[in-house]
Design a protein around this ligand. Structure first.
Ligand code: FE2
Ligand code: FE2
Length: 248
């Protein structure tokens, strides 16, 4: 499934931008606030709404890099989806480790279902923005919480999904790529990973990720230019809830 972000010819020639931000951790349906994580998180949906209103135009595209909601299923997440849908811009969703509503084997079902007209769910597919392919997957890194065997199993599955995304875009004729992940591209202390190697193999211009929360984790992985690729952390607390511009 290939999703083109252009709506009309006017949008193509009009003023548009690509943004990214991740880890909203909303709970408008089930009332699990993020207040315990510090003042920054107090009333954070309002901060998100204000930042989007100020920066993002309706013709823009925003990639939201996972951990959307604390809801355990689509019904519990629905108020959060409605909140995200009410923000300006077209939204492309990446799967985070907390996104229990998203059955990884049924992404097509999400895209064809009631949420499919409001969001594009990016996994085993790709989206486009101008002449760029937007590719991505959840990713995985080792955080010392599972066995090495389990880590390798999940990482390899995610690498396969990422390759499918790149290959589909390539087959469709795309030569320019922006790569999105939920997890950081490397585990703490690594200089490279299968994810960074794949970004280099396909010539991704940027790798955009989130998942890392709190100042003690903001530098767990790459930021800035590494081997010609721009790595960018877009966790909402790192960005103070203001979407980061990825492309004009
Ligand atoms: Fe998160
Ligand atoms: Fe996460």
């Amino acid at each position: 499934m290939h999703w083109n972000v252009f709506w009309t010819e006017k949008d193509i020639i009009g003023d548009m931008a690509l943004w990214a931000i991740g880890d909203f951790h909303l709970s408008l349906g089930i009332g699990k606030t993020m207040d315990k994580f510090g003042d920054l998180w107090k009333n954070h949906p309002e901060k998100i709404r204000k930042a989007f209103k100020k920066r993002v135009k309706p013709t823009d595209t925003v990639v939201i890099t996972g951990d959307h909601s604390w809801g355990r299923n689509t019904a519990e997440c629905m108020p959060d989806f409605e909140f995200i849908a009410s923000l300006p811009g077209r939204k492309i969703m990446i799967r985070g480790n907390h996104d229990l509503f998203w059955d990884a084997k049924r992404t097509d079902r999400l895209n064809k279902g009631i949420l499919g007209d409001r969001f594009f769910f990016l996994q085993n597919n790709f989206a486009s923005y101008k002449d760029y392919a937007l590719v991505g997957t959840k990713g995985y890194c080792f955080e010392g919480r599972d066995t090495l065997e389990h880590f390798i199993k999940i990482r390899d599955r995610e690498i396969e999904r990422l390759r499918v995304s790149f290959e589909m875009a390539k087959e469709a004729g795309y030569e320019k790529f922006i790569m999105f992940m939920h997890y950081p591209p490397t585990s703490i202390g690594e200089n490279s990973s299968l994810f960074t190697k794949m970004a280099e193999e396909y010539g991704a211009e940027q790798v955009v990720y989130s998942h890392c929360h709190g100042i003690e984790h903001f530098y767990d992985s790459f930021q800035g230019n590494v081997n010609g690729i721009e790595y960018r952390l877009v966790s909402s607390d790192y960005l103070k809830f203001k979407p980061a511009k990825i492309l004009d």
